[in-house]
Design a protein around this ligand. Structure first.
Ligand SMILES: Cc1ncc(COP(=O)(O)O)c(C=O)c1O
Length: 409
């Protein structure tokens, strides 16, 4: 039988969940835990229980909760100035964008806030590049995307989602996108024509369950894009900034895109910070008034973002994710057999498929919760594991122990 977490009806947890249920829209189905504080890889709930955070805000917390360097950068900036709008310059945006462009080996940065906004920005920039530079006839631009993609929740982005739940009830949808199977370079090549301005792709599909494309796929896509004068836009919002054991997942395949779309960890888990980081020729198509955001490039976001880039410049986090990831992979592969049907990993990031006849991913996450581990299910019978890169090896081993026991109890 399942060990569903029961919430003590007179607990603070029950009180807070009841309030959320009463006053918020029900667009999420959270696990029954109410987090009140955190440090590193561990969080504490309102009733004083501790949990190992193995979701890490979908990789927004790559550097853990309350990283001292990031907190110091935020505190220092909070006391100086937090918002100017882009009507004026501020003294933090330039240094942040310079360092981020340098980290990415690119020329220009366009800072935004959430991931979806950065993806929207990349779509607009790709279309404008198509019209202004490539010479695609007005309003004819097409962008190729992959089945199983997750790029955010705006109306345009869900227009090319293949997840029925993300789309149902939200039409009419934005035209101009072609969907091809993920990992199939020939299918992608066949979809390119003279109207194609960009291929927008996740180098590893996170939301789809940490789906890793076949070796050589991204390199082949790169070659086809170059040959057809099509931009390769890599959505590294979840895969980027250390998670996979390198700064960008594209690097693992020896691929350099024309633009990176970044978010999540760029804000250090403190503020929403996203960006499109691209070659000059790509971002230069924007002119004053053609795109913008009140909060994009604000000094607080830039101070934290620059501190994040500083952490990544050391290379320590990438190396740690690679090392711990190898350990996690080895231990997770031991579980593959009758209860776990498949494990996919890239750095410190894993998708674990549990036998659907045994239990759902949600049920497994509930069992893990009861054992003090926070993880997230996706697509029925998969769970995603993405602990903060600062996790200790003992804690990582403990997490796998809890997973093994949750599967067998
Ligand atoms: C690859 C990818 N792109 C875009 C997004 C959207 O980011 P946000 O939720 O900050 O809008 C996500 C979020 O999970 C993501 O994983």
């Amino acid at each position: 039988m399942t060990s569903r977490p029961t919430v003590d009806p007179v607990s603070l947890t029950a009180r807070d969940i009841a309030l959320d249920d009463a006053v918020t829209a029900h667009n999420y189905h959270p696990l029954p835990v109410v987090i009140a504080s955190a440090s590193g890889a561990w969080v504490t709930d309102v009733d004083g229980r501790r949990y190992l955070d193995c979701l890490a805000g979908y990789s927004a917390l790559n550097f853990g909760h309350g990283h001292p360097v990031l907190l110091d950068a935020a505190r220092e900036q909070l006391e100086r100035i937090t918002l100017t709008s882009r009507a004026f310059h501020n003294d933090r945006m330039g240094p942040f964008c310079r360092d981020l462009a340098d980290l990415a080996g690119m020329d220009l940065v366009l800072p935004m806030n959430t991931g979806a906004e950065a993806v929207e920005t990349a779509i607009k920039v790709s279309r404008k590049w198509g019209y202004d530079v490539k010479g695609v006839p007005a309003d004819q631009a097409t962008i190729i995307v992959a089945e199983g993609n997750f790029h955010g929740r705006t109306t345009t982005i869900i227009s090319f989602s293949t997840d029925p739940v993300a789309r149902a009830g939200f039409g009419p949808f934005t035209p101009g996108f072609r969907i091809v199977p993920y990992g199939d370079a020939a299918a992608l090549g066949a979809a390119i024509d003279e109207t194609t301005v960009a291929v927008l792709i996740e180098p590893v599909q996170g939301e789809a369950g940490v789906q890793v494309p076949p070796p050589g796929y991204l390199a082949e896509v790169r070659e086809m894009c170059t040959a057809a004068n099509v931009l390769l836009v890599a959505d590294e919002i979840q895969s980027g900034l250390g998670r996979t054991g390198s700064t960008f997942a594209c690097e693992l395949e020896g691929v350099v895109p024309d633009a990176y779309v970044l978010g999540k960890a760029l804000g250090g888990g403190i503020v929403p910070v996203s960006a499109v980081v691209a070659r000059r020729e790509v971002l230069e198509v924007l002119t004053p008034g053609s795109h913008g955001s009140t909060f994009g490039g604000n000094p607080l976001a830039c101070a934290v973002g620059q501190a994040v880039v500083g952490l990544l410049q050391t290379g320590e986090y990438q190396a740690r994710a690679a090392e711990l990831g190898a350990r996690m992979r080895e231990r997770l592969l031991d579980l593959v057999g009758d209860r776990v049907t498949a494990v996919r990993t890239r750095g410190l990031w894993a998708g674990v498929d549990v036998d659907p006849a045994l239990m759902s991913g949600r049920e497994l996450c509930e069992r893990l919760l009861a054992r003090g581990v926070l993880a997230k299910d996706t697509h029925g019978s998969t769970i995603r594991l993405a602990p903060p890169i600062v996790i200790g090896q003992d804690d990582l081993d403990w997490m796998v122990d809890q997973l093994a026991e949750s599967l067998s109890s």
